[in-house]
Ligand binder design. Structure first.
Ligand code: UDP
Ligand code: MN
Length: 380
């Protein structure tokens, strides 16, 4: 403790009040000033020669007034953390030639590129794949793609996997996690290097709504069992889809969702959120940013774990009350995103249905709904 603090404490003990000026003489002030300066300078020198204070604050305060044994202990504590820092992966881009970003010329002026919470919205023309690919390659990232093919939906797998091999995360490591009750019907699609299919046998349910909702539970359980050890990011999509253009690392972020093609330009009031307060998926009419699609979301394993856990628990609470949200797990996903804002948002380029026609703002249609005969395929 330095002198200044002792003096102050003393004054408190004596029950004296009043400011420094009224209590101390000029000579006192001079001595106090000098000692304070000395204290701070010593502290500064100590800090710069020993790294940050925040690392080991308790240890530092004790070494300031103690012997060499303590100093040795202190260095022992510092050693491992220095070592870990030395092992950190250094990402360094090679020389690259590309047109420079223009502050006064935004890459797109026809669409919103950033949310009010500073999450980028991914549109064609707003990013440079070459830079992003280099960064993610150097991190040696593996992406898990989860897809459910229960009962008759196995029929979608062939086109889904074939097109994913052409367009999904090209040049990166990919694990396809196929959840199915019919493992023997999973087609053998030729895979490029660094890409694997993992077939996960799971149970089915009689109702298609239940199958769709239970995806939250199953993704959650496998995040804990497998994904956390095998991949960095998990991307969760519908199977009744085909890739039609590049879907790459530009989508990756801690937590991402996709603008539903039917509502990207709609007002809040017309979003088909669950509106019954009895449901855990309830969103009041004066809340919500976007309406997100249930068929394309993801993030780091940790974030996907948290999201699926919360959504599954909410679904079970509803079930106990005999209520099912209007759009099943999509309603719960939308509720989750109101209060856990995604760190990146994918434009409808990433989930489009040609039944909706073509739009000028869509420079690419990357992931397209495959038409299906509901009567023939659902609940079968
Ligand atoms: N699903 C499935 N078998 C079923 C019903 C649904 O595997 O019998 C899975 C499948 O991955 C599907 C997803 O749940 O893509 C969501 O269901 P669906 O695509 O029918 O919903 P929609 O996109 O029509 O809202
Ligand atoms: Mn679908």
């Amino acid at each position: 403790m330095c002198l200044y603090q002792t003096a102050c404490l003393q004054s408190l003990r004596n029950g004296k009040t009043g400011g420094v000026k009224g209590y101390f003489t000029k000579r006192h002030l001079y001595v106090i000033g000098c000692t304070t300066l000395l204290c701070f300078s010593f502290g500064y020198l100590w800090n710069t020669s020993n790294g940050t204070w925040l690392d080991t604050p308790i240890k530092i305060s004790s070494t300031m007034s103690s012997n060499t044994q303590d100093l040795d202990d202190f260095h022992k504590i510092k050693q491992p953390s220095n070592h870990i820092l030395e092992d950190l992966l250094q990402i360094e881009l090679p020389r690259m030639i590309y047109t420079k970003p223009q502050i006064l010329k935004p890459s797109r002026s026809d669409v919103l590129l950033m949310t009010p919470w500073f999450a980028p919205i991914v549109w064609e023309g707003t990013y440079n794949s070459e830079i992003l690919n280099e960064q993610f390659r150097q991190r040696n990232v593996t992406v898990g793609l989860t897809v459910f093919a229960i009962k008759k939906y196995v029929a979608f797998l062939n086109k889904f996997l074939e097109t994913a091999e052409t367009y999904f995360m090209v040049g990166h490591r990919v694990n396809y996690y196929i959840f199915t009750d019919r493992p023997e019907e999973v087609p053998k699609v030729p895979l490029k290097e660094g890409r694997n299919v993992v077939v996960l046998q799971v149970q089915n349910y009689p109702r298609w709504q239940e199958i769709s909702m239970r995806r939250m539970e199953m993704i959650n359980s496998f995040s804990q069992q497998r994904f956390i050890n095998e991949v960095s990011y998990v991307v969760c999509v519908d199977v009744d889809m085909r890739f039609n253009d590049q879907v790459g690392v530009e989508i990756l972020s801690d937590l991402f969702g996709t603008l539903h093609p039917g509502f990207y330009a709609a007002e809040r009031q017309s979003f088909t959120y669950e509106r019954r307060p009895a449901s855990q998926a309830y969103v009041p009419r004066d809340e919500g940013d976007f309406y997100y699609a249930g068929g394309f979301f993801g993030g780091t394993v940790m974030e996907v774990y948290k999201l699926t856990k919360k959504c599954h628990e909410a679904i079970m609470m509803d079930k106990a009350k005999g209520i099912e949200a209007i759009w099943q797990e999509e309603s719960h996903l939308n509720k989750y995103f109101v209060y856990h804002k995604p760190t990146k948002i994918l434009s409808p380029e990433y989930l489009w249905d040609d039944n909706m026609g073509r739009r000028e703002i869509l420079k690419k249609r990357r992931f397209l709904a495959v038409p299906k005969n509901h009567a023939a395929i659902r609940n079968k």
